[in-house]
Design a protein around this ligand. Structure first.
Ligand SMILES: [Zn+2]
Length: 199
């Protein structure tokens, strides 16, 4: 099972965390996936991309791999490297903007078959913006590949969605959080408050 192998990899690098977390949505959760615990380790990222390419099968047979900043860039680069394909990067149109564009003189021929890749699917915002940034290039997006789909398959992008792991992380509004009720200290991931993971 790709999912079990990948979740084991997330555990090995310490990316799958248990605790009391403030999510970017404002909700609280007892679980958090710190993607950069994986992406900081090139060998683990290489292994994750190998698993994702294997899971994609024929859907990985494209001409170009495209990912959004920041994690998606690392994944698009590594998946392209493993498959002997070029990569392209979808960046924010301007600082603070949600719109994305393919910048830096990237030339994409109309009709190019494309695989879009990103790290963690939560709201789908960066994938939608990446797809929109590709529309002007008139490409053929064959699939959207994710490391982790935290919506458990709730979003339909059009092209097939393929994820190494798919699970909904339980979360609560702050005023209904059982961990707050127990007085467990709340941690905002990505800040120095978060204890370093043990690998
Ligand atoms: Zn809480």
């Amino acid at each position: 099972m790709p999912q079990e192998t990948f979740i084991e990899l997330l555990r090995e690098v310490g990316a799958l965390k248990q605790g009391h977390f403030l999510l970017s949505s404002g909700r609280h959760s007892d679980q958090y996936v710190e993607k950069f615990d994986l992406l900081r380790q090139p060998q683990a990222t290489e292994e994750a991309c190998r698993q994702l390419i294997e899971l994609l099968g024929p859907l990985a047979d494209v001409e170009l791999v495209v990912g959004p900043t920041t994690g998606g860039i690392l994944l698009a680069f590594e998946m392209g490297r493993q498959q002997g394909l070029p990569a392209a990067y979808s960046e924010r149109a301007e600082s603070g903007s949600n719109a994305r564009v393919i910048k830096r003189g990237t030339v994409i021929r109309p009709g190019t078959s494309v695989l879009v890749v990103d790290d963690i699917l939560t709201t789908g915002g960066s994938v939608w913006a990446t797809l929109a940034s590709l529309e002007v290039h008139d490409v053929d997006v064959r699939a959207v590949a994710m490391l982790v789909d935290r919506t458990a398959g709730q979003i339909d992008f059009g092209p097939p969605l393929v994820s190494l792991a798919s699970f909904a992380i339980e979360s609560w509004p702050a005023d209904q959080c059982p961990l707050c009720a127990e007085g467990v200290p709340l941690v905002k991931p990505g800040t120095t408050d978060l204890a370093p993971s043990v690998t």
